[in-house]
Ligand binder design. Structure first.
Ligand SMILES: *Cc1c(COP(=O)(O)O)cnc(C)c1O
Length: 584
């Protein structure tokens, strides 16, 4: 077929990119016919100047298909052109749009990619496939050519790179993936992510992200209403993650107390002290380090055996700090600690913060999702008294990474604390209400659109759908707890029903089970979870995280946020741990 000649032109040898238009059109039209009649023929019609035609109904498209087959200069029915195979090994990125007549190649290329993605999605939910195809870094490095070259690689190679990348990716949507707080693969969330990338814009102004800015406004308001702030009033921002949201909170708390810090820096203000629990997320300390408060400026408050702050210890430490002449300015309570899933007693903490005029932040990065659940939201009672709240929809709510919100009760603080009034972005004489230019609230300049995934999923599920999904995960955690609490070989790290979906436990292999000497037992037990984990990764059957905490040696921290998980998957996990660990 003469038109195929076009495809054989390497882009590099075609610097002016001027192929004969009718030939290329013909070629890509033939190829387009391979695809679902409707779309392919629409493209054909478009190419042949037929595109002005109003987008037809399905029936119309079927007719169009016939017409454009004729337009392909092929008078056979069915059109033999459908058999034309695109040879991606002869094509390059430069053949894709915006290349002249690049529509066809682009279309075919993206179809191929979609095929790869759909295969991956199917496998992600297939329990007979591995969660991970694990290889040591050197093997992966040496197994493939990952180098960046001077010359362009072919599209065939690009598609292969996509396949390879996914082959060794961890299937975080797999029903047996329990390794992290962010798990699952939501189909609507995924669709929204594709749309977001396609729209490829920046959150800094209404000017360039009109719909996304409005959706952020609406969603933040809804989230604040769920926290319990009257009418959903207040402020907020989506940030690159809970750690950054927490840092925003500390930043504006400091600014609220000492606005001069923005101009003059830390030398102009007294020594500040923040308080959080021993079980809090490391990002609180990291924020203090980054903001010049220093890690020494964070006092860790004692927790009870379940990992909840002891309020009397908090008050004692605040008084101590005041006595030293320092300024207690910030308490970060945790709603759903990362390891134990503990909920700090927020009401008691709110009382203390009020008494000493301290900013109360609630880090609900992990636990915030429970606000969606009528059954579990009481665990966050008192959150409505916080000055700021971190809530990560990319954890318990299963929104694709990344999606984290900082919600602030007082409006305007984020703006006045962070604004720099860059006049190339935030012109003051624009035609619209400038409060929709949210960009200057952020520490970043450009900001990724994280809102659409959350908004679209919320539309698709309704609040009730999120509630059902979250309740199910909590039910599964309780199911796991009930199964292992009295099971031979399993020991709970703390007693009692889990507050969140975190279930922390040791697996004690028979060889360790009857050892009397405490020290010897500890030393052996310490090595068990890492060894089981190593085997788990090698088999690729499931993934669960482990860690030590305080004086507790390595234990498994099971967390469930994956809506695809079922009781059978929990059963599988327990049996798999026994299978992999009984001989240790
Ligand atoms: C996960 C987590 C964070 C950090 O969130 P990222 O989105 O990973 O930055 C902060 N706090 C708590 C309690 C968390 O569980």
């Amino acid at each position: 077929m003469a038109s195929l000649g076009f495809w054989s032109h390497g882009a590099a040898q075609r610097p002016d990119n001027t192929a004969d238009n009718s030939t290329t059109a013909n070629a890509w039209c033939q190829m387009a016919q391979k695809f679902t009649g409707g779309i392919g023929s629409k493209l054909c019609a478009f190419l042949y100047g037929d595109g002005q035609r109003p987008a037809g109904t399905v029936v119309k498209e079927e007719t169009a298909s016939m017409e454009s087959n004729l337009a392909c200069n092929c008078n056979k029915t069915p059109c033999a052109c459908q058999n034309v195979q695109i040879n991606f090994s002869l094509l390059h990125a430069i053949d894709l749009l915006p290349a002249d007549s690049g529509e066809g190649v682009t279309f075919a290329f993206l179809e191929q990619l979609m095929d790869i993605l759909l295969q991956y999605i199917l496998k992600s939910f297939d329990r007979s496939t591995k969660v991970i195809d694990f290889h040591y870094p050197n093997d992966l490095l040496e197994g493939f050519n990952w180098e960046l070259d001077e010359q362009p690689n072919t599209l065939e190679d690009i598609l292969m790179s996509c396949r390879t990348t996914l082959k060794y990716a961890v299937k975080t949507g797999h029903p047996r993936y329990f390794n992290q707080l962010s798990t699952g693969l939501d189909m609507v969330g995924l669709a929204a992510d594709w749309l977001t990338s396609t729209a490829n814009t920046n959150m800094f102004t209404y000017e360039i992200a009109p719909v996304f800015v409005l959706l952020e406004y609406i969603t933040l308001k809804k989230m604040r209403a769920m926290i319990g702030w009257p009418g959903g009033c207040g402020d907020g921002i989506f940030s690159p993650g809970g750690a950054i949201s927490n840092m925003y909170a500390m930043l504006i708390a400091r600014y609220k107390l000492f606005p001069e810090v923005k101009e003059k820096g830390m030398a102009a203000i007294p020594k500040l002290i923040a308080f959080t629990s021993e079980h809090s997320h490391f990002s609180i300390k990291k924020s203090a380090a980054a903001l010049g408060i220093g890690m020494d400026g964070v006092v860790l408050i004692k927790c009870d055996v379940r990992g909840r702050i002891i309020p009397s210890d908090l008050e004692r430490r605040i008084l101590e700090v005041r006595q030293k002449g320092f300024v207690p300015f910030y308490v970060s309570a945790t709603a759903g600690t990362t390891v134990y899933g503990a909920f700090d007693p927020l009401v008691a903490i709110a009382d203390i913060c009020k008494k000493y005029n301290i900013w109360m932040h609630v880090d609900a990065a992990w636990g915030g999702g429970l606000l969606m659940s009528r059954k579990h939201r009481w665990k966050l009672n008192g959150v409505e008294r916080a000055c700021s709240v971190t809530w990560n929809p990319h954890k318990m709510m299963g929104v694709p990474l990344q999606c984290s919100a900082l919600l602030v009760r007082e409006e305007g603080l984020l703006q006045s604390c962070n604004q720099m009034n860059a006049c190339y972005l935030f012109q003051t004489d624009k035609q619209y209400d400038l409060s929709y230019d949210t960009g200057d609230k952020a520490l970043q300049c450009g900001r990724h659109v994280d809102i659409f995934k959350l908004w679209l999923m919320w539309r698709a599920k309704g609040t009730m759908g999120f509630e059902a999904q979250i309740d199910k995960c909590l039910d599964l955690a309780e199911y796991l707890y009930n199964k292992i609490k009295d099971r031979e070989g399993f020991e709970m790290v703390f007693d009692g029903k889990p507050q969140h979906t975190n279930v922390c436990f040791w697996y004690v292999p028979p060889s360790v089970r009857y050892i009397q000497d405490k020290e010897e037992r500890r030393n052996l037990l310490m090595k068990v979870a890492p060894q089981i984990k190593t085997r788990m990764m090698a088999f690729g059957t499931t993934m669960v995280s482990y860690q030590p905490q305080g004086d507790k040696v390595n234990f498994f921290r099971m967390v469930i946020s994956n809506p695809a998980a079922t009781q059978e998957d929990i059963d599988f996990l327990i049996e798999e741990i026994e299978r992999l660990g009984h001989d240790l």
